[in-house]
Ligand binder design. Structure first.
Ligand SMILES: *Cc1c(COP(=O)(O)O)cnc(C)c1O
Length: 439
């Protein structure tokens, strides 16, 4: 705030706007070219939308990219998470532990399996599940911990896996925000029992609408097939006769999907996914360069902190999906994040306060009886009340006041990016004027 006298007046208070130029394709995503169009057209013209030959090619390439033995293409990420949970043994009467701060699909599929969801808090700087808040929530019913690499930031996997191994529970990584990201040099999604992820159009790795499961565990992969891909089990009238099922307990059950679910990926999406994946390493390398440059420009700005792992940690942010900044209002005289974002927006930069709302406070997690059990679904199959009220997960509950969205640059254009960073710096430097001014 010592710089307030030197900065020019915020646009919100009548000063000049920071950004006036058209950003062009700086933010355009996904990048769709004639190559994607051609790949999708081939599927359409061959009438192969419901087959699985293209999807199997996509799976082989995805397995290669992630460096795992097995990949499975899904109709969406929510289905991939459901399949992953069932494959890990999540069933009626069991429990999973997951973060309260995430997109709902990380945990909610567990309810349709008759399992109970126990939510944990997040860390204030990574916004990922707090490994220290997991162990005391483990019971003899816990089958799996599901973790999200939130907004691209890798979870503290060493600590998470240590707790999981100690108690013999499976770990599923939700990689929907972080495809291609590294944790200490290793690809996220490959650090636990399996990785499950969304490939919908808003995500950084895109197949149009789709999902993906990646694992080294052959049995887990076969179970996921048995649950939702009857046509790949190799029995029954509608199959191609080739079986991917070898596990003795699954072989007699071939021909019907055990979960009554149909999780197959549309091959127009698989075809797009193949093209997107081919370009993905180069595209996210440019995104990483651009986003790191943005934060380097803001280094040392009071109130604002980068949401990224330390340099040289070997960890990265993947494609920087839906990037956010950490907001520390106590360094800006208490300026509320909503007012900060209002002022940045007036500078010509789109930003908004907060992130995903914590799940534990939502009415669906408190009172909804989804399956007609006569009691709230959150506790329908539990012998205790796992519902968590206000104040129970304080870090997750504080996030709406302590984060803001930042521009998601897809190209490294330093001059343009610097101008965006300057808009944030200008507003942070004008905190005292904004506090004085009537709203
Ligand atoms: C998008 C998303 C999902 C769900 O994937 P869909 O493809 O939309 O079904 C799951 N988890 C997280 C963290 C997500 O962001």
């Amino acid at each position: 705030m010592t710089t307030a006298g030197k900065t020019c007046k915020p646009a919100l208070l009548g000063g000049p706007k920071s950004i006036t130029e058209d950003p062009g394709d700086l933010f355009t995503w996904p990048i769709v070219t004639a190559e994607d169009e051609q790949a999708v057209l081939e599927v359409l013209r061959a009438g192969k939308m419901s087959g699985n030959d293209v999807t199997k090619q996509f799976e082989a390439e995805a397995a290669d990219y992630f460096g795992v033995r097995h990949a499975l293409g899904y109709c969406n990420g929510t289905a991939a998470l459901l399949g992953a949970m069932w494959a890990c043994g999540v069933a009626r009467g069991t429990e999973i532990i997951g973060p309260s701060l995430t997109y709902w699909a990380t945990v909610m599929p567990a309810w349709s399996l008759g399992a109970t969801i126990v939510l944990a808090d997040c860390e204030p700087d990574t916004l990922c599940i707090d490994p220290g808040d997991i162990e005391h929530r483990i019971t003899d019913r816990t089958r799996a911990v599901v973790v999200t690499h939130n907004y691209g930031h890798p979870c503290d996997m060493d600590a998470i896996m240590a707790v999981a191994h100690k108690h013999d529970v499976k770990v599923i990584e939700d990689v929907s925000h972080a495809q291609g990201g590294l944790y200490k040099g290793r690809m996220v999604g490959t650090l636990a029992d399996c990785g499950a992820m969304s490939l919908m159009t808003g995500k950084s790795l895109v197949a149009g609408e789709g999902g993906l499961l990646v694992t080294d565990d052959r049995r887990l992969w076969e179970r996921a097939i048995a649950f939702g891909f009857y046509e790949r089990t190799g029995a029954g009238r509608y199959t191609d006769g080739k079986s991917e099922i070898t596990e003795p307990d699954l072989v007699p059950l071939r021909g019907l999907p055990l979960g009554g679910a149909k999780h197959r990926m549309n091959q127009a999406c698989a075809a797009m996914g193949r093209v997107q994946l081919r370009h993905y390493p180069a595209r996210i390398a440019e995104i990483q360069k651009a986003m790191n440059f943005f934060w380097d420009c803001l280094e040392g700005t009071p109130g604002l902190r980068a949401h990224r792992p330390p340099a040289k940690s070997g960890s990265t942010m993947g494609g920087w999906y839906c990037p956010i900044g950490l907001y520390r209002p106590e360094e800006l005289g208490g300026l509320p994040v909503a007012r900060f974002c209002e002022a940045v927006s007036a500078e010509g930069v789109r930003t908004s306060p907060g992130a995903n709302m914590p799940l534990h406070l939502h009415a669906v997690f408190q009172e909804a009886d989804v399956y007609g059990d006569g009691r709230p679904t959150a506790i329908a199959h539990s012998d205790r009340d796992v519902r968590q009220g206000p104040g129970s997960l304080p870090v997750a509950e504080s996030v709406p006041e302590r984060v803001f969205s930042i521009p998601w640059f897809k190209h490294y254009r330093p001059e343009a990016i610097r101008a965006y960073a300057e808009a944030f710096r200008k507003v942070a430097g004008s905190a005292d004027r904004l506090l004085e001014a009537p709203e």
